[in-house]
Design a protein around this ligand. Structure first.
Ligand code: 0L1
Length: 265
């Protein structure tokens, strides 16, 4: 498909193009060169339009994910503030058998702390302590990110529009409550093909993961959206993402939340 010129892009056509890339497993150049005036509010509108397309196909919202909440990710991606994006049920990674590289464009995998909410959270003005009070359970998680942009090259606005590079996610089987886990001290050790490649603690996420949860509530609240009891929230990657290919085997060992293993074919 030939790329449209700057003046013809609209929120709707960008959303349709991002979903086309996802469906056809192809990447493309980011939009910011063609649409330099694309602002963050319009980027979130585009994100919401891609959500509407997922829902129109029968998808259900299961929660939200934060992106770019750690310095490691912000520095690697040259983007300096956190973003929030949608999680739908179609993004749950099947756990039977290896994950398939061919289901994605160019998957990268990263460890995330995950919470479920037992109460609604509505910003603005949510504090980290209030955010923690709304947490039902804390789980280990792993996210597969899959930017629709070539070489994961994007601006803040591009990645907001692209639903924060959403791909798939999986949560661990060990569920704890907030008093049982110190979220800032919870550590993860990342192994690729049996070799340790990275480690981090929850403090990598904005100093404390509760800050990220409050930020999500406040960013969504500014758009009139309430985080709902029952939602799953991915709090953002603790380390850089690991690119994978067929044959890669990953293990993510958390201190108190168990291990998640993910092999690729
Ligand atoms: O592609 C990306 O790295 C943007 C999404 C970031 C996800 C995260 O920080 O957890």
């Amino acid at each position: 498909m030939s790329e449209t010129t700057q003046s013809t892009w609209t929120a709707e056509s960008v959303a349709a193009e991002l979903i086309r890339c996802e469906d056809e497993r192809v990447d493309r150049e980011s939009f910011s060169d063609d649409w330099p005036d694309l602002d963050v509010a319009t980027a979130y509108q585009i994100q919401d339009l891609t959500l509407a397309k997922r829902l129109a196909r029968g998808g259900q919202i299961v929660g939200v994910k934060l992106g770019l909440t750690s310095k490691a990710k912000q520095q690697t991606m040259s983007v300096d503030s956190p973003i929030v994006a949608w999680l739908t049920d179609g993004m749950v990674l099947p756990t039977e058998g290896p994950a398939k590289v061919s289901d994605f464009i160019h998957p990268r995998v990263e460890p995330e702390l995950v919470v479920t909410l037992k109460a609604d959270l509505r910003g603005p003005g949510v504090t980290p302590a209030q955010a923690l009070d709304a947490v039902g359970s804390v789980l280990a998680g792993v996210e597969v990110i899959d930017s629709r942009y070539r070489n994961f090259r994007f601006t803040h606005q591009d990645v907001v529009a692209d639903n924060a590079s959403s791909g798939a996610y999986v949560t661990g089987t060990v569920a704890k409550t907030v008093p049982e886990v110190d979220l800032a001290l919870e550590a993860v050790l990342v192994e690729v093909d049996g070799a340790v490649v990275d480690t981090a603690t929850g403090a990598a996420i904005m100093g404390h993961p509760a800050e990220a949860l409050a930020a999500a509530a406040n960013m969504l609240g500014a758009r009139g959206i309430t985080m709902e009891a029952g939602w799953v929230v991915l709090l953002g990657a603790m380390t850089d993402a690991v690119p994978v290919q067929a044959g890669t085997t990953l293990a993510f060992h958390y201190t108190n939340l168990g291990s998640i293993y993910l092999s690729w074919e």
